[in-house]
Design a binder for this molecule. Structure first.
Ligand SMILES: *Cc1c(COP(=O)(O)O)cnc(C)c1O
Length: 397
């Protein structure tokens, strides 16, 4: 018999979400997650994936994965510290360190897992973490898991960071203090003020931690936000994901050799969860090789981003202040934003609405993620649909 308490909890809460129109229905893709996707039998221009460079469907990655599967099988068979470390994992980690210009790197099963792993391996209840209020959910959870005191910092507000760092330092309450930030903030596409953050960190002895999930493969000739600012030797933890620009799945921490050695003996997802599969690892390694040998895909990505942004701006849309390919179209009202996304979908564009509580109330937006795999024709088609729907709904005139 199932629990009545649970049944009641679920019915009440699911009912509440559905009543308020906040229950998210997931549409499965009937195709690969490329620049065009098929959903409910209909082909749509895809402006919602994080597959920035189009590598998720790249032939070279697919070949590398197939070869690795033939040689090593589909699963790694154990956690990394028992005997789930294949030569392939070691090679990937060497490539990642090279790619990030650090001494060493360690791979995890996801970017989310990196934050679960790395923060609590170093921070504990006698420490404090200064965390930007717009940091990713996995950073927030990783901080909580560590039991350190979490000090919220106003978004990219360097005065607030400095004040709070000074207070924390001078209080004498904490053994260690860390500052954590996204490299690129995923909802607005703005870039963290890393040079100032590093200065403040030096002044108050802070450990620095940058999660560059949306910056790697995109900024700094592909190496990410830290490299973009020339700070590769000044940031202690560089987190990246293998699931966005790299196009596969997984995550990594890059840093000094001692730090990586410590994570190999103390970070729980490394010790207690089976390692990345051979196919995934081989595909990731191929992606890093491609990224380090040519900037062609990054150039295509930025070119397409500029094209889409200019087109949307010319139509009269408010596209915020993004400094990266992430392109929000800000509508404001939550209900109208959702309606807008739905109409775009009906006309042939897949672009998700993002509303409160993911973004502040009254700043609902449809978020567009152009990639290197889009053609100009696809973007023109998308812009034509944006024009039609925006005019029909009175969002643009
Ligand atoms: C997407 C994202 C993650 C999660 O990465 P996955 O590899 O998808 O688990 C972590 N941190 C940030 C900042 C992200 O944007």
């Amino acid at each position: 018999m199932s629990s009545n308490v649970l049944d009641r909890f679920l019915q009440e809460n699911l009912g509440d979400l559905k009543e308020k129109g906040l229950y998210n229905v997931i549409d499965p893709l009937q195709s690969a997650n490329g620049p065009k996707i098929k959903v409910n039998g209909k082909e749509l221009i895809n402006l919602s994936s994080n597959n920035y460079l189009g590598l998720a469907t790249d032939e070279r990655l697919k070949q590398a994965a197939k070869q690795a599967i033939d040689e090593y099988g589909v699963g790694a068979g154990a956690v990394r510290t028992i005997n789930g470390t294949l030569e392939l994992h070691v090679k990937l980690e060497e490539k990642l360190a090279e790619f990030k210009h650090t001494e060493a790197a360690i791979a995890y099963q996801s970017g989310f897992n990196c934050n679960m792993a790395a923060i609590s391996a170093v921070m504990d209840k006698n420490d404090a973490i200064l965390s930007d209020e717009l940091n990713h959910a996995s950073i927030i959870d990783g901080c909580r898991l560590s039991r350190a005191k979490i000090i919220r910092v106003n978004h990219s507000d360097m005065e607030d960071l400095r004040t709070k760092a000074k207070e924390a330092k001078e209080s004498g309450l904490y053994n260690k203090i860390m500052v954590i930030t996204d490299g690129v903030f995923s909802m607005d596409g703005d870039v963290a003020k890393l040079p100032e953050i590093v200065d403040i960190a030096e002044e108050f002895d802070l450990i620095t931690y940058v999660d560059d999930a949306h910056g790697s493969g995109v900024l700094g000739n592909g190496a990410g936000t830290v490299k973009h600012f020339g700070l590769s030797d000044k940031v202690d933890f560089q987190i990246g994901t293998l699931s966005k620009a790299i196009g596969v799945v997984g995550g990594y921490v890059a840093g000094k050799k001692d730090l990586i050695d410590w994570l190999k003996v103390r970070s729980r997802p490394f010790l207690f969860s089976t390692s990345l599969t051979p196919g995934d690892v081989a595909a990731c390694t191929k992606a890093i090789e491609i990224l380090t040998s040519s900037t062609e895909l990054q150039e295509k990505l930025w070119d397409n981003s500029k094209y889409l942004k200019q087109g949307l701006e010319k139509l009269g849309y408010d596209i915020g202040n993004s400094e990266t390919p992430i392109t929000p179209v800000i509508v404001g009202d939550e209900v109208k934003t959702q309606e807008f996304s739905k109409k775009l979908n009906e006309e042939g564009v897949y672009a998700k609405s993002i509303v409160f509580p993911t973004v502040p109330r009254g700043t609902g937006r449809v978020r567009n993620m152009p990639t290197a795999a889009h053609t100009k024709e696809m973007l023109d088609q998308a812009l034509a649909i944006y024009e039609k729907v925006g005019k029909e709904m009175g969002i643009i005139s």
